[in-house]
Design a protein around this ligand. Sequence first.
Ligand code: NAD
Ligand code: USQ
Length: 470
Amino acid sequence: MRFLFLAAFIPAFAASFTGPSAFRRDVASRNHVARESNDFQISKATFVLNMAENGEANGSSEKKKVIVLGGDGFCGWPTSLHLSDQGHDVVVVDNLSRRNIDVELGCESLTPIQPMDVRVKAWKEVTGKDIKFVNLDVAEEYDRLVQLFKDEQPDAVVHFAEQRAAPYSMKSSKAKRYTVDNNVSGSNNLCCAVIDSELDIHIVHLGTMGVYGYGTSGGEIPEGYIDVVLPGGRESNILHPAYPGSVYHATKCLDALLWQFYQKNDQLRITDLHQGIVWGTNTPQTIKDERLINRFDYDGDYGTVLNRFLMQGAMGVPLTVYGTGGQTRAFIHVTDTCKCIEIAINNPPAVGDRVEIFNQVAETRRVRDVAALVAEQTGVEVNKIPNPRQEAAENELDVSNRKFCNLGLEPTTLDTGLFDEVTEIVKKYKHRCNPTKILPASFWNKKRAEECASLDPDSVKIAEEEKASA
Ligand code: NAD
Ligand code: USQ
């Protein structure tokens, strides 16, 4: 598929051109599993991820030393457990900034997450496996980061350690500046530290589908790179144009340029995973012991749409659809997140390969359709409220995830059976919910804030029967 970009796009992305040899390289050519790479529309996907429990992600089966930056977070903790369970030697690095933001926002995970020392001790008791924890700020403590790499000699570093909430990144100038400083410095430090360690470390970064923007491609969004015809008729294959919708998403676009630069300049081996919205909470590992429970964010800043709807449905709170609910987004279950990371670790690019980019998504869905599914299952009403975000009211989204499918991924799609599992968790901990934190609390600009002025956080009530049984 080819897209013709207007000249207006070209100067902004001239820096992202890649050479013709890189253009032809495709992870599919390195596959051991021959799979049809026919056109695949994820919204119609019926795949089920089955590289389950003891299965091995396609690629190298060698057990590796893996440092997980941001390993105390919603995606990082279950991924650390999954990798450890699969026999990899895992070191978790985190500065616990997310827990501090909970304090700042006066809100906390609905699930009672335990301190890191309790988490790693529980994992040892349950499985006999060690996970080491290092409290380190990736964006601030550069020398310690380099020393850590020299001491641990990791094969791979998985980078989750960023401020990841779009609404929080739009909350105030302070939050915007913190998000840019933390995320961009952290990614730059990571590249510099790999170079200074003089080790051949594979970087696996969690990017986002939001780098592509929504509805701007005019067709299926490819995995990272796009064929274009430049003015004068020259054909090229470039990084897909970046079109962020928040300061947070903008940092992921800046990250992508850093990866491209350090790969070109220092031949770093880098995989960038453009992930959709993660939903669910437990994985086969976090469910082994209550002390291993994963984080569950439900508040207006950090809660993501499907988990928020599932929480609201379970609490009898009308579902907070922003605007028309015509926004189409990509989704992935947290269990698949963990498995995708392992596939990425097992399939590193070779030295000299351009940045490997995968779309880490299972399917796409429209927000109002997701709300309808949850409403049908829980009997709650759908409440269309003014949109706090500056975003397209309606968009189509068609995304390729062929590369992960070619490597064995059979994605879990939205499944009301899995909804039940989340609902059960939410009901168990509903006494920890603060309903005043449910409505949006960050607004993209003055106009959006004014449009949302009528939203009263104190008006949200948990349904009486739910309260009574709490
Ligand atoms: P999270 O906030 O739960 O976890 C991030 C972790 O990184 C936190 O534990 C935080 O304390 C840590 N951290 C942040 N800055 C740090 C620093 N400077 N030094 C050390 N540790 C630091 O977020 P998450 O949902 O687990 O997301 C992880 C990554 O995945 C993010 O980069 C995010 O952009 C990406 N992602 C998440 C989703 C999603 O739906 N949750 C979707 C797509 C991509
Ligand atoms: N939305 C609602 N009601 C809600 C919450 C959200 O209608 O109660 C809408 C939003 O307006 C938006 C969509 O749902 O259109 C998705 O919002 P979200 O908060 O679930 O997701 P987003 O802000 O995009 O961010 C999340 C993660 C981020 C990750 C991104 C992947 O927080 O770290 O990068 O999903 S993606 O969206 O594919 O870029």
